[in-house]
Design a binder for this molecule. Sequence first.
Ligand code: SF4
Ligand code: SF4
Ligand code: SF4
Length: 327
Amino acid sequence: MVDQQLLIEEAKKIVSQEDVKYVVGYKKGTYGFTVSPSYAYSPEYVENFIFNPLCTKNLTVYPMLEEKLPLGRDEKEDTRKIGLVVKGCDSRAIVQIIQEKGLKREDVVLIGIPCTGVIEPRKINRKFPDVKDVEDVLEEDDNYIIRFNGETHTIPKNELLSNACKNCETPNPPLYDVLIGEKVDTPEIQEFANLKDLEDKKIEEKWDYWEKHFDRCIRCYACREACPLCYCIECMADSLTPQWLRRSVNLSENTAWNIMRAFHLAGRCIGCGECERSCPVNIPLMELNKKIEKDVKELYEYTAGKDLEEKPLFGTFKPDDPEEFIL
Ligand code: SF4
Ligand code: SF4
Ligand code: SF4
């Protein structure tokens, strides 16, 4: 369990530094099991910081949103650092963004959280609908202890764990400035085991499978907004000249959107699962991301966001790279 007091103390120290603009952490949400991002501009705002298994959001999306904001006339760029609370996958996002030169290492101060997985909001809301005020959610051994309305519920961890966390091989942040508590053991996982069903399908079955899902896409772009690696100043989905994608919501345009996004994330997705958790119509986006991650690993021995010194996949060429696909 994460020592919340230590988290608050460390965040206070960081936000008090003159070269830090603000620290982004988590605070209790206003309803049910929600947890919201919390911007602390001074030490008193840090008092509401929490960390528990409901802290799913990948907060590294926030400095990237900030980077996109245009400066006002005569406004000078504020180059102070941004503090961030990061789990293993969130820290990998920062490593990847630094590799791509989207941020510099000195732009961020990272409060690392050794992570034992987060709860899938959909699963807990389905199990306990209409809960207005949650007192506590803790992890103990292989269970979650959930308290609300004066009741205590003990639920096996596996029932509520986010799907992305079931296959996580980087629970400890690879990059951090201060770590809250001891590193956790990396669980033994069968990497990409959950892709077997998809890979075993015939090509026509694969097409049917994805057609059914993409047909339900409402092009809300929540997957893009939640993703720390979707930080282009202008997304190809919004470009009008040229217009790569029409605004109409239909199977053809939806398929183009989802495939283009998945390929833009090739060798860059760090597997946090935020896109899938954000999708209002439950499209299994992680299957697509994981399949591409697997192919990238097999073809180029590359995994995103692990090593600060590594070059991004598409910024590197090795003479022995496979090139059968080049006509
Ligand atoms: S993917 Fe890994 S690091 Fe990220 S929340 Fe899940 S267990 Fe934690
Ligand atoms: S979040 Fe889901 S519905 Fe919205 S654009 Fe992405 S895939 Fe489509
Ligand atoms: S594509 Fe999804 S899983 Fe990958 S980094 Fe973006 S939000 Fe996370």
